[in-house]
Design a protein around this ligand. Sequence first.
Ligand SMILES: [Fe+2]
Ligand SMILES: [Fe+2]
Length: 414
Amino acid sequence: MSEGKSRTSEHTDVDALLSEARQLVEEMAKRESIAGDLLALQSYDEYTYRHSVNVAAYAVAVARYMGLSQEEQLQIAQAGVCHDLGKQKIAIEIINKPGRLTTEEYEEVKKHPQYSFDMLAGNDDVPDIVRQAVLYHHENENGTGYPQGKEGGEVSQMTRILHAVDVYDALINRRSYKRPYMPVEAFEYLMGGEGILFDEDVVEAMRKVIPSYPIATELELSTGQVAVVVGHTDDPLRPVIRITGDEDNIDLTDPEYAALMIVSGGATNHGLTGRMEELNRNREAAGEKQVEVILVDDSYMSLQTTSMALAEDGYHLITLQSGLAAINYIKAKGAPDLVIMDIEMPVLNGVDTVAGIREMGYADLPVIFLTANRNRETVLKCIQVHAKDYITKPVRPIYLRERVAIALDASRER
Ligand SMILES: [Fe+2]
Ligand SMILES: [Fe+2]
């Protein structure tokens, strides 16, 4: 691989874009009108402070890439640094609690956008559009977010950018209650949630602007060699790398290296594994059965993919190939903790199956639908039978795992 040479300079300079964004955010953070609140936030919780600055920098970079005006870039910087100010009003023990939150604690956490919004009231330097973005930064594209359940079309583009970069930064960071995701994994989550939780255009812009493989990430290659990321290219998944012990750089977009694959990026212990342990331990102590998840899909291949994605998370998985089989299983054994149900199935489709299960008296059993399309009609049918969530096929494993944990109340990033 001696001919490999860096072509980084020919590509979009994402690093420069991000560092310019960071500069703008740092200037913004020094403004007298918000510096005091930010300082208070920093002494309340260093993580939340750093997170706010990161979110602002990502947001500015994405806004710039998407063509928002200079003024709007300043506004989104302001919204970014201020979005979680209201967390100061919540007990730090809740914010940094290592285990699962109780319902009451989670309800308290959900008040922070309103608290942030209130703290910015009467601040002449903070325009209305910034306060709105702060208030709605946890709203989802499909209206399932908080505090008001607004849909993507009802909030500003600035708000939708803030929402997606906020989740991204939360995912890639280590917290007292979870290990960090790798950036590629966080992107898989964002992409799984395109059009459901996040604005598709925003996610696409993020993939261009935020490197999936940051500089200095260690990679394992399909050849078994270990390499380190030294630069970026136009393809976020094919960076410029240098193999350990080698002197030349390899641009993975160079056709010469087309066969060279990245098999794992950096640390392999991502944020998810083991989080069911607490739940299962509590169940065991109470003499109850393990967390049980029923997967229903007429395609054997889909069942395989779905169960493989969930295998590491410690669930007791039951795979069934028809709606009727699911109904019979529940009749015989009672309800599981969660059902993951394909919609398009012969004889009894997923929606009718769930309607049948509801009629059997299981009104609150959480159900996640898997569907090949997420048109309005399908979504409405899911809502009618009180679906907890719906996921589009092809299933992205990280997204599925995270949404399952959320449905089971075992995750905080929602
Ligand atoms: Fe927040
Ligand atoms: Fe946040």
